[in-house]
Design a protein around this ligand. Structure first.
Ligand SMILES: C[S@@+](CC[C@H](N)C(=O)[O-])C[C@H]1O[C@@H](n2cnc3c(N)ncnc32)[C@H](O)[C@@H]1O
Length: 314
């Protein structure tokens, strides 16, 4: 399967326009800082963007970030600007042609931003130890439409958790299915390359993430994928595919079920670009200045992560 994926992203596709579905291509509106940063990214890098959603949370200044399956580097060059000169970004990909585009524009972006803080490594995202990536070395891991392509998805999540610092998070977008994808779809190279064949059934993803040590995965946003009438939709049958962004915090003490310990928090309104309200995920919005009761897991995510200084805790 790896060889097929490498061929698809290295040789078959030349730009986002070659994709046969909108699985790997995110139409959702980008937050203003991300949009502005994107406008400074080289056209060739952007033209080879094959992501499926939002992988960039807020509050990024000074962070060390790892992008799993960084492709032509679009998200890395956006993140480079958002983490600033004090931060750093590492992209990992296994496809030479994708890495070549990303590398070729490294100096251009360093000159444009006034600093260079991006590196790219060639390798398999399920074997990060082979790349020398150390335990607890990143604040944030992002990934955009990649994990569905990996054969050993649990290994990817385990490796991600290993290299994350305590209090860090994996914030990533991927494709999921509303049921287990039938074998004949899994073995179809085009459907696999288009990020459909390898998509996990939602509930299998949740089980796998918990097994990898991420006790409470939080869904940030999701959208059903529109498969145009034609051979791909016919082959997909009744399976409905979604693009979704999850955030997985690495925190000692997270429980697999939320428990109410009588805690409450108040958002200070101090996160840049979110002065009115802050969305932790699709179910947790915090209005500035308003006390809100939360479960133990939510309290932990807010207090013991980089978000802690923006909240009062009761
Ligand atoms: C759909 S593209 C997304 C690329 C990039 N994230 C973007 O948003 O444009 C998938 C990328 O993941 C890479 N990839 C897939 N499986 C991988 C693995 N096991 N290890 C490293 N890279 C992988 C492919 O080479 C390809 O560049």
């Amino acid at each position: 399967m790896e060889a097929g994926v490498r061929d698809y992203y290295g040789k078959t596709l030349k730009s986002g326009a070659d994709l046969k579905t909108d699985a790997c291509c995110s139409p959702s509106a980008l937050p203003r800082p991300v949009r502005e940063a994107l406008s400074n990214v080289h056209d060739e890098v952007v033209s080879r963007y094959y992501g499926c959603g939002l992988t960039i949370p807020n509050e990024l200044s000074g962070l060390s970030v790892l992008d799993l399956g960084s492709g032509s580097g679009r998200d890395c060059y956006i993140l480079s600007q958002l983490v600033g000169a004090a931060g750093r970004v590492t992209g990992v990909d296994m496809t030479d042609e994708q890495l070549e585009v990303a590398e070729r524009h490294r100096d251009h972006h360093a000159r444009a931003f006034g600093y260079g803080n991006v590196d790219f490594l060639k390798g398999d995202i399920s074997k990060l130890e082979a790349l020398g990536l150390k335990d607890s070395s990143y604040d944030l891991i992002v990934s955009n439409c990649v994990i569905n392509l990996a054969r050993d998805k649990e290994a990817v999540l385990r490796q991600a958790r290993r290299v994350l610092k305590e209090g860090g998070e994996m914030y990533f977008s991927d494709v999921y299915a509303d049921r287990r994808v039938p074998e004949e779809l899994k073995n179809d190279p085009v459907l696999y390359g288009e990020c459909l064949g390898g998509a996990l059934y939602w509930n299998d993803f949740l089980t796998l993430a918990k097994r990898a040590g991420f006790a409470d995965p939080r869904l940030v946003e999701s959208r059903p994928l529109a498969l145009d009438a034609g051979p791909i939709r016919e082959r997909a049958g009744h399976v409905v595919f979604y693009s979704a962004t999850y955030r997985l915090f690495k925190l000692e003490g997270l429980e697999t079920a939320c428990e109410d310990y009588g805690q409450a928090v108040r958002y200070k309104g101090t996160i840049a670009d979110d002065p009115r309200e802050f969305d932790l995920d699709g179910h947790h919005r915090f209005e500035a200045g308003r006390i809100k009761t939360v479960c133990g897991n939510t309290a932990l995510m807010l207090e013991k992560s980089r978000l802690g200084r923006h909240f009062d805790f009761f």
